[in-house]
Write a protein that binds this ligand. Sequence first.
Ligand code: G1P
Length: 300
Amino acid sequence: MIRKAIIPAAGYGTRFLPASKAIPKELIPVVDKPTIQYVVEEAVAAGINEILIIISRGKEAICSHFNPDPVLEDLLRQKGRESSLETLKSLQEKAQIHFIYQEEMKGLGDAVLCARDFAGQETVAILLGDTILHHASPPSPLEGMMEVHRNRGGSVIAVRRVPRQRVSQYGVISGQPIDPRLTRIQGMVEKPKPEEAPSLLAVSARYLVTPQLFECLADTLPGVGGEIQITDALDQLCRREVVYGYEFDGIRLDIGNQLEYIKSNLMLGLHEPAMREALLQFMAEQVSIHGSANPAASEG
Ligand code: G1P
């Protein structure tokens, strides 16, 4: 039973400037709520009830978003806005959310290492706070990963196949396929050149890790970009313990990328019954104005 999650949300968000200058990128809304709220809801839906969000200086608005606000709650009660009140309170009741600072921006691996005491001796989930995983039907990608851990033990990393020209944006795994969606990972490399990538399976923002990962992180030296990379620690981990790559059903929406951010709003908006028809009509109008898409331009 995995009951703890770590959500790194400490990065500068340089890819999303200027929008992310004063507002943490994780708080930029998709349709009607901040990206990081989707991430917290995903964890809670998978049975997690203790969450540690890792922030950095200047990103305190993330704490304000999740902390109770008695004045606002009273106001909503007085105005009879019970449904808004319920929306605000429901997450707070289902999970305890804590915060910790990453003192220096030394990379994702260093941010995760700040959660070492929180994780203790448990297998924990790590969910990147700027990425929504959208799935059409249960189980969610995280729940699927938990099932693999329950049945086989070890650590489990979400992966998905990407076109070769995009591997240099990701951590990429190498290993042996052991069933249609599982790979026993033998090595991992952060942001390889397309011609050097060991596979097309890219790490996708969700990890379940045993306590050994923190031992590996403590020994990890700065890597790509001069930062401590979680991928390098996982590369060590898979030499000590079993680590699986899990190809999930679903779509990864990385809001740190402008095009994906716009697509995320459209895609999740289309899942809102109140907006669906109007959005479809709007998109049809836009296609008739701008002409149909060149399939070669698709991101894949
Ligand atoms: C991070 C990880 C990378 C992973 C990616 C998407 O990169 O370092 O291994 O593939 O997230 O989950 P970033 O997007 O922060 O550059």
